[in-house]
Design a protein around this ligand. Structure first.
Ligand SMILES: *Cc1c(COP(=O)(O)O)cnc(C)c1O
Length: 452
C-alpha cells in the first residue's frame, strides 16, 4: 500500500523558527508614523505589544529558538501530517504528485494557533494579564482564546456585531475556552458608545472592532493587543509549517516544484513558503510559489505597493504593502479570512520582486474545488483554503495535458466545519461571484496617505 501521509515524531518538531528578514533581497521598509512620516518610535508600539515580540518584529537573527513551553503546547497537535492527495490525483488523472500540509488538525481548526500560542506565552512571560483583539467570523478570536486559556491570560475579543449575531458557533467556542466576547460596537469603549448613540443598530466592521480593541488596550492595566496576521512576528511563528514540510518532503525524497497557499493577511502562505524562499532568493531553486486571493478582494493582483494604514480607521502606523486602500470594503464573500485590504509587508516585497506569483479566484470556482476535494480526499476545507485548492487543481490539470510529473505542495490552512452555511448556499446554487469592484478600489486608492 502506498503511504498516504508522513508524520514526524514530536522530537523531530523544529526547535527554531526561520526569520526571513536578513535573507530578503532588500531591507524591508520600516513602519512609519502617519503624523511625522518618519519611522515609528519604539515606545508607540511598546504601549500595545510586549518587548519580546517587538524584538522579533525587527530581528536580524536568521533562527529564533522556540521556547520549550511553546513546543510543549504545539505538541498537542504538532508536528502536523503531510498528506499525499492520492484520490484527488486519480480523479484529475494527473501525473503530478499533490501534497497538503494539514493545519486543520489544531484544536481551533486552523494554522492560527501557531502564532496565538507564541503570543500568549511571551505576553505572559512579561507580566501581561489580559490580551485584547478583534475578530470577524471568529477564527482568530478562537485561536487566541484557546492560547490564552492555556497560559492563564484573560482574553477579550471584540467581535463584529453581525458575525456575533449570525455566526454563534465560533462565539460559543471562544466562550468554552474562557474568553470574554463583546459584540462590536460595544458599550465597553468610548468609541463604541459614541457609535451606538448615533445608531443603536450599527452592524459593526473589522475596523471598528480594531479601534475598540486598541482603545481597551491603552486604557486598561496589564493589557496588550494581539494581531493574527500581517506582522513580521506572526509570519515568523508560522514558519514552523514550512520547516516541518521541508523535513517531511526530504524523508520522501521529494523537492517541491510548485508551492501554493491562500492569502488574506499572508500568514499561512508565508508560513509554508518562507523556508523555501531562501534558496529561491539565492538563485539555488526555481520552485514556483503562488499566493491565491479572491477576485472580490484582489490585493496582490490589483493593488499598488504603497504606504497605507494597517486598519480601516487609520489608527495604526503606516506599512509599506500591496494595498487596495484602507477604506476599501470588500464584498461580503464567504472566505472572511481573505477580506483584508492590505498584505503582510514581507509577502508584499516578495510579490513586488516577482519571487512570489499571485493569482485571483472567484468564490464559486473556489467552492467547486472545495467540493471536489471533499468528495475525493474527504476533508472539508475552509472557504479560505478552497482558494488554494482551486489553483492546485488547475496546475494538476495542466500537468495532465503536458505530462509533467510536478510535485505540488499546498497549505491546508483550516477545515470548514463552521462554514457549512456557505457550503449550503453553494450546493443550493445561491452563491454569487462579485466582479472586481474597479470603481470602488480606484476611489479608495485616491485616499492613500501621500507618502512614497
Ligand atoms: C484566517 C485564515 C486565513 C487567512 O489568513 P492568513 O493570515 O492570510 O493566513 C486562511 N485560512 C484560514 C483557515 C484562516 O482561518
Amino acid at each position: 500500500m502506498e503511504d498516504r501521509k508522513i508524520f514526524l515524531s514530536e522530537k523531530e518538531m523544529p526547535c527554531a523558527w526561520y526569520n526571513v528578514l536578513p535573507d530578503l533581497p532588500e531591507q524591508l521598509p520600516p513602519p512609519l508614523d502617519p503624523k511625522t512620516g518618519k519611522p515609528v518610535e519604539p515606545s508607540v508600539l511598546a504601549a500595545i505589544f510586549p518587548q519580546s515580540l517587538l524584538e522579533q518584529e525587527m530581528s536580524a537573527e536568521t533562527w529564533i529558538e522556540i521556547p520549550d513551553e511553546i513546543r510543549r503546547v504545539y505538541s498537542m497537535w504538532r508536528p502536523t501530517p503531510l498528506h499525499r492527495a492520492i484520490d484527488l490525483e486519480k480523479y484529475l488523472k494527473t501525473p503530478a504528485r499533490i501534497y497538503f500540509k494539514n493545519e486543520s488538525v489544531s484544536p481551533p481548526g486552523s494554522h492560527k494557533p501557531n502564532t496565538a500560542v507564541a503570543q500568549a506565552y511571551y505576553n505572559k512571560k512579561e507580566g501581561v494579564k489580559r490580551l485584547c483583539t478583534e475578530t470577524g467570523a471568529g477564527q482568530w478570536g478562537s485561536a487566541l482564546a484557546f492560547a490564552c486559556n492555556i497560559f492563564g491570560l484573560e482574553c477579550v475579543v471584540y467581535m463584529v456585531k453581525v458575525s456575533y449575531q449570525q455566526k454563534p458557533y465560533r462565539r460559543v467556542l471562544m466562550q468554552t475556552w474562557n474568553a470574554k466576547i463583546y459584540p462590536s460596537p460595544s458599550e465597553n469603549t468610548n468609541y463604541g458608545r459614541k457609535l451606538l448613540s448615533e445608531n443603536p443598530d450599527n452592524p459593526g466592521s473589522l475596523g471598528i472592532a480594531i479601534s475598540e480593541a486598541i482603545e481597551d488596550t491603552i486604557t486598561s492595566k496589564d493589557t496588550k493587543y494581539s494581531l493574527g496576521s500581517v506582522l513580521n512576528h506572526v509570519l515568523l511563528h508560522q514558519t514552523i509549517v514550512g520547516l516541518e514540510t521541508e523535513k517531511q518532503l526530504k524523508l520522501l525524497g521529494e523537492k517541491p516544484d510548485v508551492l501554493v497557499g491562500c492569502v488574506g493577511g499572508g500568514s499561512n502562505f508565508a508560513g509554508l513558503v518562507l523556508p523555501f524562499v531562501k534558496d529561491k532568493i539565492k538563485g539555488k531553486s526555481d520552485v514556483e510559489i503562488i499566493g491565491v486571493e479572491p477576485t472580490a478582494c484582489p490585493t496582490m493582483t490589483k493593488g499598488p505597493y504603497r504606504y497605507d494604514y494597517g486598519d480601516t480607521s487609520g489608527l495604526t502606523p503606516l506599512l509599506k504593502m500591496l494595498t487596495l486602500g484602507h477604506d476599501f470594503i470588500p464584498p461580503g464573500i464567504h472566505a472572511g479570512g481573505l477580506r483584508y485590504h492590505g498584505l503582510a509587508p514581507i509577502v508584499s516585497l516578495l510579490v513586488d520582486k516577482k519571487i512570489v506569483k499571485a493569482e485571483a479566484v472567484p468564490q464559486t470556482k473556489a467552492f467547486e474545488a472545495a467540493v471536489i476535494f471533499a468528495r475525493t480526499e474527504g476533508f472539508v476545507p475552509a472557504p479560505e483554503t478552497s482558494h488554494a485548492i482551486r489553483v492546485v487543481i488547475d496546475e494538476a490539470k495542466k500537468c495532465a495535458q503536458t505530462g509533467e510529473e510536478k510535485c505540488i505542495v499546498f497549505n491546508f490552512s483550516g477545515h470548514g466545519h463552521f462554514d457549512l452555511s456557505a457550503y449550503d448556499a453553494y450546493l443550493d446554487g445561491k452563491l454569487q461571484d462579485y466582479e472586481y469592484p474597479e470603481e470602488k478600489i480606484r476611489e479608495s486608492l485616491e485616499k492613500l496617505p501621500k507618502i512614497e
